[in-house]
Design a protein around this ligand. Structure first.
Ligand SMILES: CC(=O)N[C@H]1[C@@H](OP(=O)(O)OP(=O)(O)OC[C@H]2O[C@@H](n3ccc(=O)[nH]c3=O)[C@H](O)[C@@H]2O)O[C@H](CO)[C@@H](O)[C@@H]1O[C@H](C)C(=O)N[C@@H](C)C(=O)N[C@H](CCC(=O)O)C(=O)O
Ligand SMILES: Nc1ncnc2c1ncn2[C@@H]1O[C@H](COP(=O)(O)OP(=O)(O)OP(=O)(O)O)[C@@H](O)[C@H]1O
Ligand SMILES: N[C@H](CCC[C@H](N)C(=O)O)C(=O)O
Ligand SMILES: [Mg+2]
Length: 487
């Protein structure tokens, strides 16, 4: 229980009707979850408008309502608070409700199109190995020290964020690393959090279904850095053409990392193999078990963060060399007959190109590269032809298949993907709607020493069809089929 007026601290209020001296059981933005003495926040969403459910919330026991437009008829005994932006109000109230847990630990946010999960998860690992109690909010999972919770979003809603941050504080966690998605920033899920640092990875094609233009997508990411306090660090990738834009207006301590240009944290790739990378980081050599050029960037972002958080540089380098790859991020097995099967979460054109080029760089013999890839339903359609073009351009064989068709017809998604394939690549392309069959075909085609890349789903353990999630795990499937085939 909290008193309403305490929860309202820092909320930009336009008007109050009723008492703010009432006890609040909990806050919710979903009328269906409202209980006695709750506070209901009306959010204008993409499918419906929370303002339409105010009456329902009151019927279920809500005693306070936060809205941007007052209902025509006000109920007696209910407190109505009008604000301009209910998303921002929700963020501040959620932080206040849990007594601002982000101020009680060191919270670092990672944003950018690709690499957020990798960097946040590896920072979690590194600080844990350094002996700290650490927290993680990521696409794959939420960690409160050693306890794992299921993640539903990359950046959850502000109530969930503050709930877990509070659990972390209670457990004695000192550092938390979280992914900050563009949806999260845009919906103000991270608005009221106190960050000690922000990391920018890169910016490329994604989510143009949600953000009307690339410029808006970029500016949403930038606004995260604009909101960092003076005491925080802002660490940006200066090899990315938008790296400098992110730092343009921040008051935080500006730091950069790069492989190609001048930067505070700089690396040179001395060796790049299937088993890892030998890097020269600033003046020291370090071997890491992570694969591909893009991981050299991730390593630099992690190293820079460790230094900015006060870790000794030699200690940071030692811990870097112990890091193990993240689930579904370039995760691979080598079968009995020496077929390498790689499962990777590349679900954007840029990530797919990176992974395929990485494989190209590290492969030694004249192996065949067979790629299995699909594009999600109810998500950015413009990436479909681009991803299939990349897959067919950079592989010896590309099998186009389904990846969470959601509420779309998988055949229509595949038609859109097929449109991107260049005529000279038709003979390299196969189209197999069923993902399991597609993986099976890849395994049947593979000869000893060949490489199979299964892209797009990474750690996911489901295939979502018509709103239902069926169990599906790329790694489990490929292992099982290779075994069955005796390969
Ligand atoms: C497009 C989007 O981001 N949607 C998010 C948004 O929901 P919405 O705006 O669509 O909500 P809505 O269904 O229109 O409803 C509006 C409001 O009415 C309320 N409502 C609705 C019905 C009812 O009976 N009663 C009621 O009160 C809802 O609770 C909501 O507050 O707010 C919800 C609550 O926070 C989120 O769960 C939901 O995420 C959906 C499930 C989603 O898929 N989001 C993805 C796209 C997302 O956020 N992805 C990013 C990562 C992307 C990446 O980088 O790859 C992420 O951070 O996870
Ligand atoms: N620094 C990077 N630059 C480009 N590609 C990367 C980078 N790091 C990882 N990738 C590729 O992008 C894929 C997704 O990586 P990761 O899950 O770390 O990104 P993310 O930003 O968390 O994505 P999401 O928005 O889906 O949460 C990886 O599987 C890998 O192929
Ligand atoms: N966070 C991303 C993940 C996409 C992963 C891919 N497997 C898909 O389902 O489209 C999204 O929700 O857009
Ligand atoms: Mg992620």
């Amino acid at each position: 229980m909290k008193i309403l007026k305490d929860i309202l601290y820092k909320v930009a209020i336009e008007s109050v009707t009723g008492s703010t001296d009432i006890a609040i059981h909990k806050i919710d933005f979903d009328s269906r979850k409202i209980e006695e003495n709750d506070l209901f926040v009306a959010i204008r969403g993409s499918l419906s408008d929370g303002h339409d459910f105010i009456e329902k919330a009151i019927q279920l026991g809500a005693t306070a309502i936060i809205c941007d437009t007052l209902p025509e008829k006000l109920e007696k005994g209910i407190t109505y608070i009008k604000v301009q932006d209910t998303n921002a109000a929700l963020a501040f109230m959620a932080a206040n409700f849990f007594e601002n847990p982000s101020e009680k630990l060191k919270l670092v946010g990672v944003t950018g199109t690709n690499g957020k999960t990798t960097i946040a998860s590896l920072l979690f690992q590194l600080f844990e190995n350094a002996g700290f109690k650490v927290g993680l909010l990521s696409t794959v999972k939420i960690m409160v020290d050693k306890i794992e919770y299921k993640a539903t979003h990359t950046t959850p809603d502000s109530i969930t964020i503050n709930y877990y941050l509070n659990e972390m504080v209670k457990a004695g966690v000192t550092h938390c690393f979280m992914e900050v998605s563009s949806h999260g920033i845009h919906q103000k899920r991270t608005e009221a959090l106190h960050f000690v640092g922000g990391i920018f990875t890169n910016l490329s094609h994604d989510h143009l279904d949600y953000h009307p233009t690339f410029a808006e997508y970029r500016d949403v990411k930038k606004s995260f850095f604009d909101s960092l306090p003076k005491t925080a660090f802002a660490l940006s990738n200066s090899d990315d053409k938008n790296g400098a834009v992110m730092l343009q207006n921040t008051v935080a301590r500006k730091r950069t990392y790069a492989l190609k240009t001048y930067a505070d944290f700089k690396a040179i790739i001395l060796e790049s193999q299937m088993s890892g990378l030998l890097l020269k980081v600033n003046e020291n050599e370090v071997w890491v078990k992570l694969i591909g050029t893009f991981n050299a960037y991730n390593v630099l972002a992690i190293y820079g963060t460790a230094i900015e958080l006060g870790m000794d540089s030699l200690e940071a380098l030692r811990l870097l060399s112990d890091l193990e790859s993240v689930s579904g991020r370039f995760q691979y097995i080598i079968s009995e007959s020496n077929i390498t099967a790689i499962v990777d979460y590349a679900h954007t054109p840029d990530a797919l190109e990176n992974v395929l080029k990485t494989i190209e760089d590290v492969r030694t013999k004249n192996e065949q590269l067979i790629t299995v890839v699909g594009c999600g339903g109810n998500r950015d359609k413009t990436k479909r032809p681009i991803m299939s073009k990349i897959a067919t351009d950079l592989s010896d064989k590309a099998i186009l298949t389904s990846d969470n068709p959601r509420n779309e017809n998988p055949e229509v998604i595949l038609d859109e993907m097929e449109r991107g394939v260049e005529p000279q690549n038709y003979k390299k392309m196969l189209r197999i709607t069923d993902r399991k069959q597609a993986i099976k075909t890849a395994c049947q085609l593979a000869q000893p020493n060949d490489i199979i890349l299964i892209a797009g789903k990474g750690h996911e353990t489901y295939q979502e069809v018509n709103g239902v999630r069926h169990h599906f795990d790329d790694m489990e499937t490929v292992k099982e089929i290779l075994e069955q085939l005796g390969k």
